[in-house]
Design a protein around this ligand. Structure first.
Ligand code: SF4
Ligand code: SF4
Length: 181
C-alpha cells in the first residue's frame, strides 16, 4: 500500500503562484477559491530583514482534527494517507473548517468545505500533480514514502525536514526542507 506525502522546498519558491493557478485549473475553481496559498513571512528587523515564501495547503494529517470533529464521517483518512471529503455525507456544519489549524479549508457555493486532494491519480499514472509539475523551480515533490525508490523518498534522505505546527500533534504528511539560519 502506498503512503503518500509531499516535500516542499520553500526556499526555492519565487512566489509566482503558478502552482495555485494550476490547481485552480485542475479543479475548475473560481478565482477566489484556491486549495494552496503562499504565505509571505518576514523575519528580522530593519535593515536586517529577510522574506520567506511558504506554500501552504492541506497537510493530509495522519492525526487530522478535521476528521475527528466531523459528525457524519464525511471527512475521512484513507489508508494511503489522503484526507478526503465525501460530499454526499457532508451536512455543511463546517466544524472541520474551524478545527483545521492550517486554515486550508474553503467553503464552496453549496456550503460544502473543499481543500487539496493530493491528486494521487497523477502519481498512479507516473506523473506529478499539477501544483508540482507546473512549478519552474521544483519546489514540490509528491509521492509514495513507502517506496524507497520514489523521488520523494530519495530526496527525504538528503535533507533535514520540519512540519508546520507539528506541536499540535496533527502529524502532517507535508514536509518542508529545513535550511540553516
Ligand atoms: S509554482 Fe513554484 S515557485 Fe511558483 S509560487 Fe508555486 S511553489 Fe512557488
Ligand atoms: S491540514 Fe487541515 S484539512 Fe488538512 S488534514 Fe490537516 S486538519 Fe484536515
Amino acid at each position: 500500500m502506498a503512503h503518500y506525502a509531499m516535500l516542499i522546498d520553500a526556499a526555492r519558491c519565487t512566489g509566482c503562484a503558478a502552482c495555485r493557478v494550476a490547481c485552480q485549473l485542475q479543479w475548475q475553481l473560481p478565482p477566489e477559491v484556491f486549495f494552496n496559498r503562499l504565505e509571505f513571512r518576514e523575519h528580522g528587523q530593519y535593515p536586517d530583514v529577510r522574506q520567506e515564501i511558504v506554500p501552504v495547503q492541506c497537510m493530509h494529517c495522519d492525526n487530522p482534527p478535521c476528521a475527528t470533529v466531523c459528525p457524519t464521517k464525511a471527512t475521512y483518512k484513507r489508508a494511503d494517507g489522503l484526507v478526503l471529503i465525501d460530499h454526499d455525507k457532508c451536512i455543511g456544519c463546517k466544524y472541520c473548517v474551524v478545527a483545521c489549524p492550517y486554515d486550508v479549508r474553503q467553503v464552496n457555493d453549496r456550503g460544502i468545505p473543499e481543500k487539496c486532494r493530493f491528486c494521487a491519480g497523477f502519481i498512479e499514472k507516473g506523473e506529478q500533480p499539477p501544483c508540482a509539475s507546473t512549478c519552474m523551480n521544483d519546489v514540490r515533490v509528491f509521492g509514495d514514502l513507502d517506496d524507497p525508490n520514489s523521488a520523494i523518498s530519495k530526496k527525504m534522505k538528503t535533507v533535514q525536514v520540519y512540519q508546520l505546527a507539528a506541536e499540535k500533534g496533527t502529524k502532517p504528511r507535508v514536509f518542508y526542507v529545513k535550511r540553516g539560519g
